[in-house]
Structures are given as C-alpha cells and as structure tokens.
Design a protein. Structure first.
Length: 160
C-alpha cells in the first residue's frame, strides 16, 4: 500500500504533546509507546475485525507503522485512515497483510467547502453516490455532514 501522508493538526485528539513539556516529562520512547497504544486502542474500538494488530509511533516525525492481519482490503484501508486521521500523525506505513484481496480504493483529502456529494460528483460523476463514500468510511464517519478539512477519505471503486 505504501506510505500515506496526513495533515498533522487534523484528526482525533488521542494524545497530546503537552506531556513532553511537563517538569517530569516521560522520555520520547515512553511518549511514542503511549501514542502507539492510544492509536491501537482507537483502531480496536472501531471493531474492524483486525487480528494481531501492532501500532508503533515515531515521535517528532509523526510516523505510524501498523502491522497485523486485515480480513479485507477495505479494512486494511480503514486502519490506515484510523491511524492517519489522528492529530500529530503525518504519515502511515501500513504493512498489514490481507486475508481476502480486492481492488484498492482511491483517497481524497478533504478541503474547506467539500461535501460528500461534491466528492462523489468528482470521483463517480454522480453526487447522489455520496452514500458509497459514507459507507466506505464508517465507522470513522458517523454522519455524512461531519467531515473536516485535512481529513483523508477512502473512495472505493463502484460495484459493477
């Protein structure tokens, strides 16, 4: 799948950098381990059916590396988005294996003014196909109107 870039300031706030500024600040290694655990817990909370999930976070670079076994390509891609759409993450190296191969999705970086309808029009030529994008990004998306600039979305191929 390769290395995916994300907007560092956008996303779920699972961990902060204020700990590093505290008088009794933990080491960078401890912060990395805590961040990796927080991201792994977030991925697990999405109930995607991943096994042997391991997430590591590399501090100042903001890079996440994730391994494990995903049941489908779609789940593997959702794990990438779960990891990357977290504040302070700039890139995700998804090294997971997939049990059942399927075509890879495209991705879209949300910009100000985007709607799922507009994104569907751009990729599928039909604004009414926005539910396909919404479903492809569940459970990370909870409502079709709740997307934000800097968020990365999966755009799966349309079923034939």
């Amino acid at each position: 799948m390769g290395l995916f870039s994300f907007v560092k300031e956008a996303g779920e706030k699972l961990f902060g950098i204020k700990e590093a500024q505290a008088a009794t600040a933990p080491s960078q290694q401890e912060l990395n381990e805590r961040a990796g655990q927080a991201i792994a817990s977030y991925v697990a909370s999405q109930n995607l059916g991943v096994s042997d999930l391991r997430v590591s976070f590399q501090g100042p670079e903001g890079q996440v590396t994730v391994t494990g076994v995903a049941p489908t390509q779609a789940v593997k891609e959702k794990v990438t988005l779960c990891c990357g759409n977290v504040s302070n993450v700039t890139s995700v190296d998804n090294q997971m294996t997939v049990t059942h191969e399927e075509p890879q999705a495209q991705y879209h970086d949300v910009v100000r003014g985007d709607t799922l309808s507009a994104i569907a029009k751009k990729f599928y030529g039909d604004a009414n196909k926005y539910p396909v994008i919404f479903e492809a990004n569940k459970p990370m998306l909870t409502h079709p109107d709740k997307i934000y600039p800097g968020q990365k979305l999966r755009i799966p191929p349309l079923a034939k």
